[in-house]
Design a protein around this ligand. Structure first.
Ligand code: NDP
Length: 444
């Protein structure tokens, strides 16, 4: 569609050298043509041009002092992309690969994901090129305090509510919250999510993204009259999303057989032991090779990757573009019939095309990993009412939300004549909710 091509050309011109951002925008725009043709209102008021331009982008210096007394300088980001549906919401990523391009791609994805949850949250993302790996607790604390010393003036429970992402877990959220409280002299619980349970956190938030991915895969399988029991599942990553995806896979009677990190990957044909994984990763902050050295039958590899292992279901849960065309061919050749993205944009466009051509079940991250942000919104809801729900209640709410996202994607795909196309379903469902709100708010 000409209009969409023009908008995309303009994105390329205005945002040079930002390949992941281009990829994320392209992936959404290329599926929107039927919605824009059907509803002419989406062609007016430069709606698409406004949608691809962040409302606000903040970049700041983050100086801190390491354990040797040396001054270190990192760069901090917060991209407040779209607030049509509610306060900006999205995680903070601390990883050496972070730059404006990465934060913009994540923020753009977040708009549609958050819209899909139906919970009144806008889209944003932030982070830093600071890498917590190998840093002492005191260094992480000093970094977080310096980061928040700038960020605090831009966020708030009604404005912008960050959470965790790669490299940002409960420890970092604790230090960030402490500094926010100190600077503002307010215990504003709803300003950050992913908090510890003793001071405003929600049960199930830690598990939510991983659990949600598996629940989404289960809903997809059910459309074919199948369940998870007995299926062999390949998982990448060994962080928050991967760990709790592994746990839910086991709970539902399937067998998770791999994990990975940036040093290599592990094949454990008997099934990953989630308690050992948590001990190695969450308590000892170790590597997946430490897991393999302590688990009988598990092998650690530096070469190849998890996608080489034959499976029924693949759950990429580590990082962007970690599953390419070649990997997709291998998975298909080995009989994989479901791919659900736990990470954000883990499959390359070529890999997605192959999955869709071969008509296996493919769930984009916007839909499949929305359980994390959905439970963050439940955390905000509990903070606002000064309540703490039981594990069962929070998990019940998460399950309902994931089922609804699944059904909404499917219904939209059906409505637009592409039954079973979860990519189109997710993009158009999210887009229509955001676009209608933007039109109702006028040109801002
Ligand atoms: P964690 O930091 O807890 O774990 C990330 C995992 O991925 C680690 O095992 C890490 O290995 C691995 N990894 C990260 N970068 C690379 C890389 N470049 N190459 C190889 N392995 C890598 O992060 P999360 O589990 O929270 O996030 C994982 C993905 O899920 C991300 O795409 C994130 O955006 C997405 N996501 C997270 C949500 C959440 O609630 N946490 C919600 C929705 C999406 P290593 O330790 O060696 O770096």
């Amino acid at each position: 569609m000409k209009r969409i091509e023009e908008v995309y050309e303009e994105v390329l011109n205005r945002n040079p050298a930002e390949p992941e951002f281009h990829q994320a925008v392209h992936e959404v725009l290329e599926t929107l043509a039927p919605a824009i043709e059907k509803h002419s209102r989406y062609q007016d008021y430069a709606l698409l041009e406004r949608l691809v331009e962040p409302e606000r982008q903040i970049i700041f210096r983050v100086p801190w002092i390491d354990d040797e007394g040396k001054v270190q300088v990192n760069r901090g980001y917060r991209v407040e992309f779209n607030s049509a549906l509610g306060p900006y919401k999205g995680g903070l990523r601390f990883h050496h690969s972070v730059n404006r391009n990465i934060i913009k791609f994540l923020g753009f994805e977040q708009i549609f994901k958050n819209a899909l949850t139906g919970q009144g949250i806008g889209g944003g993302k932030g982070g830093s090129d600071f890498d917590p790996h190998g840093k002492s607790d005191n260094e992480v604390m000093r970094f977080c305090q310096s980061f928040m010393t700038e960020l605090y003036r831009h966020i708030g429970a009604q404005t912008d509510v960050p959470a965790g992402d790669i490299g940002v877990g409960a420890r970092e959220i604790g230090y960030l919250f402490g500094q926010y409280k100190r600077l503002t002299n307010r215990f504003e619980a709803g300003v950050l999510t992913g908090k510890a349970l003793g001071w405003g956190g929600s049960l199930v938030r830690t598990e939510a993204t991983g659990y949600g991915v598996v629940l989404f895969a289960q809903s997809m399988l059910q459309t074919k009259g199948e369940g998870l029991a007995g299926q062999r599942v390949v998982v990448s990553g060994s962080g928050n999303v991967a760990t709790y995806a592994v746990q839910k896979v086991e709970q539902l009677g399937a067998i998770p057989v791999t994990i990975s990190d940036s040093s290599g990957w592990v094949h454990d044909p008997e099934g990953i032991d989630v308690e050992l994984l948590r001990q190695v990763k969450e308590v000892e902050r170790g590597r997946v090779s430490d897991y393999a050295s302590r688990k009988k039958g598990a092998e650690f590899y530096k070469e190849g990757y998890v996608w080489d292992v034959a499976c029924d279901i693949a759950l990429p849960c580590a990082t962007q573009n970690e599953l390419n065309e070649k990997d997709a061919r291998t998975l298909l050749k080995n009989g994989c019939k479901v791919v659900a993205e736990g990470a954000n944009m883990p499959c390359t466009p070529e890999a997605i095309e192959l999955f869709q051509e071969s008509r296996i079940l493919f769930a984009p991250g916007k839909a499949a990993n929305a359980g994390g942000v959905a439970t963050s919104a439940l955390e905000m809801q509990q903070n606002a009412s000064r309540a703490q729900w039981s594990f069962d209640r929070a998990e019940h709410e998460l399950t309902k939300i994931m089922e609804k996202i699944h059904d909404d994607c499917l219904a939209t795909a059906e409505e637009y004549g592409q039954p079973g196309d979860y990519v189109l379903g997710a993009n158009i469902t999210g887009f229509e909710r955001v676009a209608d709100a933007m039109l109702q708010h006028g040109v801002i």
